[in-house]
Design a protein around this ligand. Structure first.
Ligand code: FMN
Length: 444
C-alpha cells in the first residue's frame, strides 16, 4: 500500500452540482473518455482495463477485462449493459454513485463500449430508484447535447446510444440474464448458461454486462493509468471499494476503502462499531446472500475478494450487514428466507420449493412447533439447493441460512425449545394441559 489517494469514486461526492455536466467537467470529468477515444485504439483501452485487474463489483468479482475479452471482434451488433438493479438487501452504493455522480457512470459506459466495439448501451436501473433515474436521464440528455453520445462522438467515427431503462422492482432482474430478458420486454427469468451473454446476450448479440461501480472504475483506470490505479488495493483485488455498512453499527453508510483494508477498520473504525455495550455476533460480508462470519474469527481479515472466499464467504456486492448480540437469529433467518421466497422467479424447482420449505421450517422453529429433526432437515434443504439452481438466487438464500445453522445451531435449538415451552405454558394456563403434554410429531 502506498500514499496514492484512496478516495477515488467518492472523491468529489459532496461537491454541489456534481451531477451536472458543467461541474463534472470542471473537476476533470470526460478527460478519460477523450483520451480513450482520441489517443487510444479500442484494443489498447481493453488492454488497460485487463491490466488494471479491476474485478466486478456486482457480486461475483469476475475480472472485467477478462469478461470484455470474451466479446468477439468484428462488425456486428454488440451491446454494453450496465447493471444498476441494486436489489440485494444491504447494498446501497450504486444508488449514491448514480445520484451524486451520474456522469462518471456515463463516462465509464462510453469507454467500455468503445473498448468492445458496442454502439448500443443500456443502463438497467432498479424501479424504486425514481430520483436516481431522473438524475441519470438528465445527465444522459446533457451528454447527448455535448456530443459525447449519439453520432460521431467527438467528431470521430464512433456512434453510441445510451438508454436508461427502469426495472419494475424485481430482485431477479439483477441476475444478468434475467435482466436481459426483462430488457427485451419479457418476464425477467434467468436463462440457462451457456451460452453466456458475451456470446449470446441482448437480442442474442455479444453483450458485456457490468455493475455500476465496476463501470465507474473504468474512467479512473484510463485517466490515471494502470500503474497508478494498481497502487491502491491488494495484489489480486485492485483499487478501492465502496462498502455499504448497515445493521447494528453506530454510523451506517457508504465508505470507500482500499480493497484489503481490515474489516475491523471498516466496521469498528469508520462505521463506529456496534452500539455501546454490545458485541458483534456475526456479520454478512457481502450483502444478505453471503455466508455469515463471526466477529471473533474475522474482524481482522483483509476485506478483499480472495480473503473473503478463503474465509468461506464472499465479498459479493461489498455490503457489510452487522448483527449484534441483542438480535435473535431465527427471526432474522426467517425474514431473509421470506425475501428470497418472494423474489424467486419460480422457474427452477430447487429454488422455488427450497425457499418455500425453508420459510415453512423456520416458521416452525419460530413458533415452537419444530423438532430437532426439522433443524437437520433445514440444513439438508440448504445443501440440496446450493449449486443446483438455474441461477444463484437459491444459493443466495441457502448460503447465509446454511452458515447460520452451522455456526449457531445451539441458538436455533434453544429458540425452538423456548418457544415450545412458552406454548405449553400458555396451553396449561388456558386449561388444556393434556394438549400441552401431547407428543410432538417427529423424534424428540
Ligand atoms: C439474484 C441475483 C441478483 C443480482 N443482482 C445484481 C444487482 O442488483 N446488481 C449487480 O450489479 N449484479 C447483480 N447480480 C450479479 C449479476 O448477475 C452479474 O454478475 C453482474 O451484474 C456482473 O457485473 P460485474 O462483473 O461488474 O460485477 C445478481 C445476481 C443474482 C444471481
Amino acid at each position: 500500500m502506498t500514499s496514492a489517494p484512496t478516495i477515488r469514486l467518492l472523491k468529489d461526492i459532496d461537491e454541489p452540482g456534481l451531477a451536472t455536466l458543467e461541474v463534472y467537467e470542471r473537476l476533470g470529468g470526460y478527460a478519460a473518455m477523450r483520451k480513450a477515444i482520441t489517443e487510444m485504439d479500442p484494443d489498447e483501452v481493453l488492454q488497460q482495463i485487463s491490466e488494471s485487474d479491476v474485478r466486478g463489483r456486482g457480486g461475483a468479482g469476475f475480472a472485467m477485462g477478462k469478461k470484455a475479452g470474451f466479446i468477439p471482434k468484428g462488425d456486428m451488433d454488440k451491446y454494453l449493459v450496465c447493471n444498476a438493479d441494486e436489489s440485494e438487501p444491504g447494498a446501497f452504493k450504486d444508488r449514491v454513485l448514480i445520484q451524486r455522480n451520474p456522469h462518471l457512470l456515463i463516462e465509464g459506459c462510453i469507454i467500455a463500449a468503445r473498448a468492445i466495439g458496442a454502439n448500443k448501451s443500456f443502463i438497467y436501473i432498479r424501479g424504486e430508484y425514481e430520483l436516481q433515474s431522473d438524475i441519470l436521464e438528465a445527465a444522459v440528455a446533457e451528454a447527448y447535447e455535448a456530443g459525447y453520445l449519439g453520432r460521431d462522438i467527438l467528431d470521430l467515427e464512433f456512434d453510441l446510444d445510451l438508454v436508461v431503462h427502469r426495472g419494475a422492482g424485481a430482485y431477479i432482474c439483477g441476475e444478468e440474464t434475467g435482466l436481459l430478458d426483462s430488457l427485451e420486454g419479457k418476464r425477467g427469468n434467468p436463462r440457462l448458461k451457456p451460452p453466456f451473454p458475451a456470446n449470446a446476450g441482448l437480442y442474442q448479440g455479444p453483450t458485456l454486462i457490468n455493475n455500476v461501480e465496476t463501470l465507474c472504475n473504468v474512467p479512473l483506470v484510463i485517466g490515471m493509468g494502470v500503474e497508478e490505479y494498481r497502487k491502491v488495493g491488494s495484489e489480486k483485488s485492485t483499487g478501492t471499494k465502496v462498502v455499504s455498512v448497515s445493521g447494528n453499527v453506530q454510523r451506517p453508510g457508504n465508505y470507500e476503502v482500499p480493497l484489503g483494508t481490515t474489516i475491523r477498520e471498516i466496521v469498528c473504525g469508520l462505521a463506529g462499531g456496534p452500539p455501546e455495550g454490545r458485541e458483534i455476533k456475526c456479520f454478512f460480508p457481502g450483502g444478505s446472500s453471503a455466508p455469515v462470519l463471526t466477529g471473533d474469527e474475522s474482524l481482522d481479515l483483509a476485506y478483499d475478494f480472495e480473503t473473503m472466499a478463503q474465509a468461506g464467504s464472499m465479498l459479493g456486492s461489498g455490503s457489510i450487514i452487522v448483527v449484534d448480540d441483542s438480535q435473535p437469529l431465527v427471526p432474522l433467518a426467517l425474514r431473509l428466507a421470506e425475501f428470497y421466497r418472494h423474489e424467486s422467479c419460480g422457474k427452477c424447482v430447487p429454488c422455488r420449493e427450497g425457499t418455500n420449505w425453508t420459510v415453512k421450517m423456520l416458521e416452525r422453529v419460530e413458533s415452537g412447533e419444530a423438532t430437532p429433526m426439522d433443524l437437520e432437515l433445514l440444513q439438508q434443504v440448504q445443501t440440496n439447493i446450493e449449486g443446483n439452481c438455474l441461477c444463484v438466487l437459491g444459493d443466495s438464500m441457502a448460503m447465509p441460512i446454511g452458515s447460520m445453522l452451522e455456526k449457531f445451531r445451539d441458538e436455533f435449538e434453544r429458540h425452538a425449545e423456548e418457544a415450545r415451552v412458552r406454548n405449553e405454558g400458555a396451553l396449561v394456563e388456558q386449561g388444556a394441559p393434556e394438549l400441552a403434554a401431547s407428543p410432538r410429531i417427529g423424534p424428540a
